[in-house]
Design a protein around this ligand. Structure first.
Ligand SMILES: Cc1cc2nc3c(=O)[nH]c(=O)nc-3n(C[C@H](O)[C@H](O)[C@H](O)COP(=O)(O)OP(=O)(O)OC[C@H]3O[C@@H](n4cnc5c(N)ncnc54)[C@H](O)[C@@H]3O)c2cc1C
Length: 444
C-alpha cells in the first residue's frame, strides 16, 4: 500500500513565534485553505521563542541605543503590531497571561553616555512621543535601587516610557495557533515532525520528514538558525554563515520595578545588558543576556553541533570573515569577557560589575547564574562584506522564503508575517487574496 502524501498550497517549517505568526496571518487574513505546519518538537515555541531562552522584551527601538533611527522606525512599526495583537483581549480567549507591562528606561552613566543620550533624544522623542528624558530624582522615584549606593557625583540620565512590554513568546505562539485554528479548522499541524530533506520537483516542493513526505507549492522556512542550513541545501545563501551567539542570564530577588537597559556600544548587534522583571514573576529580576559564540545551532543541544558546521560552511571564506570580525578590538574584548561570564565563581564576580552600572548596591550573594536559561542568536556573517550583520535576515527564493531570526525576531514576528504573506500571494500567482486592509486595521 502506498502512503498518501499530504499536499498544501503553503507549508511552514518551524513552530516558533515566526512560523506561528505566519500561520495566524495566512489563516485569518487570506483565503488560502490548504496550509500545513511542521515542527520537530512536541510543542510550539520550545527553542528561541521559549520565555526562558530570550529576554522577553517587545523591542520598539526607543531604548535600544544600538538601533539607528531608521532601524527603530522599522522595528517600531512591527512591534506595534504585536502590541496591538496583545492588547486585544479577543485574541486571548483562554485568559492565560501572555504579557506584563512595566515602565522601561535606558540609563546613561557617566559624562560621555549622558552626552550621547541627550543627542539621541530629539530624533527619538519625535518617533516615540511618550519617551521622556528624566534626571536623577525621577530615576530614583521610579527605580530606587538604581540610586542606592551610587556615587552622588556620578552623572546619570535616562529616557523612560510606560510602554514596556514583557512577553512570553511561547504563549504567544499558542495564541497564534489557537486563533489560526478558529479561523481555519482544517489547518494541518504536525508536531514531532522534522524536516530531513527538501527538494524542488517541477512546480512543487517535496519535503521529506521524520513522519513521511509532504508536498507544497510554497514553503516558508521559519526554523531559526536552521533556516540557513536548509537554504544552503537548496543552493541559497552560499555567501552567508552564522555566528551562533548564546545568551545567558543571571537572576536576583526583585531589585527593579521595570526594565532598565544600559547604553550599547554601537558596533555590537546585540541588545545591551539589561535588568527586568520576569514575565510571570515580578519578584525576580533577570539580568543579561551575555553573548558568547557557540558551535551549536541550538543552545543546550549538542546534536546541533554538526548542523552548525554545515551552516557555517567549511571553506576558507567563512573563516576569513570570522577572523576579520573578531580582529576588531571592541568585539574581541566583548566576546572574551562574555566567555568569562559563564564560568563558575569568577563569572558572577565579573558580571556583577556590569550589573552594578544599573544597581550599584547589588551584592554577589543576591545574584544567581540562571542555569539552563538562554538560547542562541543566529547572527548572520556576510562572507562578501566580511561583516557581522544586524538583526534578522530573509532569503527569498523560487516560491520559498528562509527566515533567519536573531533578536529582535520575536518582536518583528507579525511584521515578518505581513511581508511573507504578500510574497506567498505572489508565489501563488495571485489566485488567493490577502485582506491587507483588515490586517492593517487590526494591527497597524
Ligand atoms: C538570549 C536571547 C535573547 C533574546 N531576546 C529577545 C527579546 O527580548 N526580544 C525579541 O524580540 N527577540 C529576542 N531574541 C530573539 C528571539 O528569541 C528570536 O528572534 C525568535 O524567538 C525567533 O523565532 P523563530 O520562530 O524564528 O525561532 P525559534 O523560536 O527558534 O523557532 C524555530 C522552530 O523551528 C523548528 N525547527 C528547526 N529545524 C526544524 C526542522 N528541521 N524541522 C522542523 N522544525 C524545525 C524548531 O524546533 C523551532 O521550534 C532573543 C534571543 C536570544 C537567544
Amino acid at each position: 500500500m502506498t502512503e498518501e502524501i499530504s499536499r498544501y498550497d503553503v507549508l511552514i517549517v518551524g513552530g516558533g513565534v515566526v512560523g506561528t505568526a505566519l500561520l495566524y496571518t495566512l489563516s485569518k487574513y487570506t483565503d488560502i485553505k490548504r496550509i500545513g505546519l511542521i515542527e520537530k518538537y512536541s510543542d510550539f515555541g520550545l527553542v528561541n521563542s521559549a520565555s526562558y531562552n530570550n529576554s522577553q522584551t517587545l523591542h520598539f527601538g526607543d531604548i535600544e541605543t544600538n538601533y539607528s533611527i531608521d532601524k527603530a522606525k522599522s522595528v517600531k512599526r512591527m512591534a506595534d503590531m504585536v502590541m496591538k495583537y496583545l492588547e486585544n483581549g479577543k485574541n486571548n480567549p483562554t485568559g492565560k497571561k501572555i504579557f506584563s507591562k512595566y515602565s522601561k528606561m535606558v540609563l546613561a552613566v557617566g559624562a560621555n553616555q549622558v552626552k550621547e543620550l541627550k543627542q539621541r533624544y530629539p530624533a527619538f522623542s519625535e518617533l516615540f512621543p511618550k519617551l521622556r528624558m528624566i534626571e536623577r530624582d525621577e530615576i530614583g522615584k521610579i527605580e530606587p535601587r538604581v540610586l542606592e549606593g551610587r556615587d552622588p557625583g556620578q552623572e546619570i540620565l535616562a529616557l523612560v516610557t510606560e510602554d514596556g512590554y514583557t512577553v512570553d513568546y511561547k504563549r504567544l505562539c499558542h495564541s497564534f495557533v489557537d486563533n489560526a485554528l478558529m479561523k481555519n479548522p482544517e489547518l494541518d499541524i504536525h508536531l514531532d515532525t522534522k524536516l530531513l530533506k527538501i527538494s524542488k520537483n517541477e512546480d512543487q516542493y517535496s519535503v521529506v520528514t521524520s513522519k513521511g513526505e509532504f508536498r507544497s507549492s510554497v514553503v516558508i522556512i521559519a526554523a531559526g538558525g536552521h533556516s540557513l542550513m536548509i537554504a544552503k541545501s537548496l543552493g541559497y545563501g552560499k555567501n552567508l554563515a552564522v555566528l551562533s551567539m548564546a545568551g545567558s542570564f543571571y537572576t536576583a530577588p526583585k531589585v527593579l520595578n521595570g526594565k532598565v537597559y544600559t547604553i550599547q556600544v554601537p558596533k555590537l548587534p546585540f541588545a545591551a545588558i539589561h535588568g527586568d522583571p520576569e514575565v510571570h514573576s515580578e519578584q525576580i529580576t533577570r539580568f543579561g543576556p551575555t553573548a558568547k559564540p557557540i558551535f551549536q545551532l541550538e543552545r543546550h543541544n549538542m546534536s546541533t553541533f554538526f548542523e552548525y558546521w554545515k551552516t557555517f560552511g567549511l571553506g576558507l571564506s567563512p573563516i576569513l570573515s570570522l577572523l576579520k570580525i573578531i580582529s576588531d578590538r571592541v568585539l574581541f574584548s566583548y566576546i572574551f569577557f562574555n566567555f568569562l561570564y559563564d564560568l563558575p565563581y569568577i563569572g558572577k564576580r565579573l558580571f556583577i560589575k556590569e550589573i552594578r552600572k544599573i544597581v550599584p548596591s547589588l551584592k554577589v550573594s543576591e545574584l544567581k547564574y540562571a542555569k539552563g536559561i538562554g538560547g542562541t542568536r543566529p547572527q548572520i556573517v556576510n562572507n562578501t562584506t566580511r561583516k557581522l550583520e544586524m538583526g534578522e535576515a530573509k532569503l527569498n527564493g523560487d516560491k520559498i522564503i528562509f527566515n533567519i531570526t536573531p533578536s529582535p525576531g520575536a518582536s518583528t514576528c507579525l511584521g515578518n508575517a505581513y511581508s511573507d504573506t504578500q510574497e506567498v500571494i505572489k508565489f501563488l500567482d495571485n489566485k488567493f487574496k490577502f485582506n491587507k486592509e483588515a490586517f492593517e486595521k487590526d494591527l497597524m
